[in-house]
Design a protein around this ligand. Structure first.
Ligand SMILES: C[S@@+](CC[C@H](N)C(=O)[O-])C[C@H]1O[C@@H](n2cnc3c(N)ncnc32)[C@H](O)[C@@H]1O
Length: 327
């Protein structure tokens, strides 16, 4: 970790980029690392069971959970500001696209895992409310002979503006949930929303419970990704949909080079300046490089039992949305 921090500092202080490139795991280096099925560098057989990665560090599985917890505990209050700064606001569009892809029907029961500060949940609630209002309007238009009193009464009787849709936000981190709840109050979201403290690897829900499972920028932080995928499959109803928005593998060499430069040289500096936390943002950048490619992740989703698995790369593959169904 310290080594990567010093690479960024060198370049920050004007040292030559070629030197940084030789030393740091940047473009082109990724594919040459020995990697396991989860993007984990190969370890000796006996160690493989208990060791994993935390960014570019090799740590024990227990340690990883604690370290990830501390990262999000530390960034929770500045999480939204930093997201906007780091992505120049583009994360908002990616999240909108996830909800458009979901295109929830009235009554959809959504589980948003690693839901953090509620970004997907709030978009979902806004979307289903708009859908439901549109439906009500269309129904009223179709009934030509209603008086204005009858129309007013129909609007007033509409007790559930969400048409029965609900979202449960599940996250392992109390601090992230706390910030999420504050945001929900500030944005006026009350109905149809629940917050649950829980681990993606061991969800505190019954089998066959949800229509849609989403996880946005969360799954790369989970220690056993396969376990989280199996849990997603378990809690979905037959016919239910899995949707994952996650950083992925950039497919354009020029974008890849610029993106790596920006990630390793700018983001930790922004983290230090805005949130006073270099290390957490260094981890976020490194964890992105450890995550499987689009095709590798697609296979993992299939291995967990999902069918009709597809993905869409956005912004030259900086992120991808993976989709699969429990059939
Ligand atoms: C990068 S944030 C993403 C938050 C939100 N989904 C978004 O897109 O803005 C990652 C979230 O994953 C959560 N997380 C990490 N490991 C988890 C686990 N094993 N189970 C549930 N949530 C986890 C963290 O607490 C954090 O809130």
């Amino acid at each position: 970790m310290a080594t990567h921090r010093s690479y960024a500092l060198w370049s920050y202080c004007g040292l030559r980029w070629s030197r940084v490139m030789r030393c740091s795991p940047l473009p082109g280096f990724r594919s040459s690392w020995p990697r396991g099925p989860l993007g984990v560098r190969h370890l000796s057989q006996e160690k493989q069971a208990t060791e994993t990665h935390f960014g570019f560090e090799t740590v024990s599985e227990e340690e990883k959970g604690d370290k990830v917890y501390h990262v999000f505990e530390s960034v929770a209050k500045k999480y939204d500001v930093m997201n906007d700064m780091m992505s120049l606001g583009i994360h908002r569009i990616w999240k909108d696209m996830l909800v458009w892809k979901m295109h929830p029907f009235p009554g959809t029961q959504l589980l948003d895992v690693a839901g953090g500060t509620g970004d997907i949940a709030f978009r979902f609630l806004n979307y289903v409310e708009a859908q439901h209002k549109g439906k009500l309007k269309r129904q009223l238009r179709a009934q030509q002979n209603l008086s204005w009193e009858e129309i007013a009464r129909k609007y007033q009787n509409e007790e559930d503006p969400l048409g029965g849709s609900r979202v449960v936000v599940c996250d392992i981190n109390k601090e992230m949930l706390k910030v999420g709840k504050q945001k929900a109050r500030a944005q006026g979201h009350k109905a149809g929303l629940a917050w649950v403290l829980g681990d993606a690897e061991e969800l505190p829900f019954d089998d066959d419970k949800f229509d849609v499972y989403t996880i946005a920028f969360g799954i790369r932080n989970v220690t056993h990704i396969n376990q989280a995928l199996q849990e997603a499959h378990r809690v979905l109803k037959p016919g239910g949909r899995f949707l994952c928005l996650e950083f992925s593998q950039v497919n354009n060499p020029l974008v890849s080079r610029l993106y790596d430069l920006y990630s390793f040289q700018v983001i930790p500096v922004l983290g230090e300046v805005i949130a006073g936390d270099w290390k957490s943002y260094q981890y976020l950048v490194e964890s992105i490089r450890q995550f499987p490619s689009q095709e590798e992740f697609k296979e993992m989703i299939q291995d967990a039992g999902f069918e009709k698995v597809t993905y869409e790369s956005l912004t030259s593959g900086i992120v991808a949305i993976h989709s699969g169904f429990k059939l």
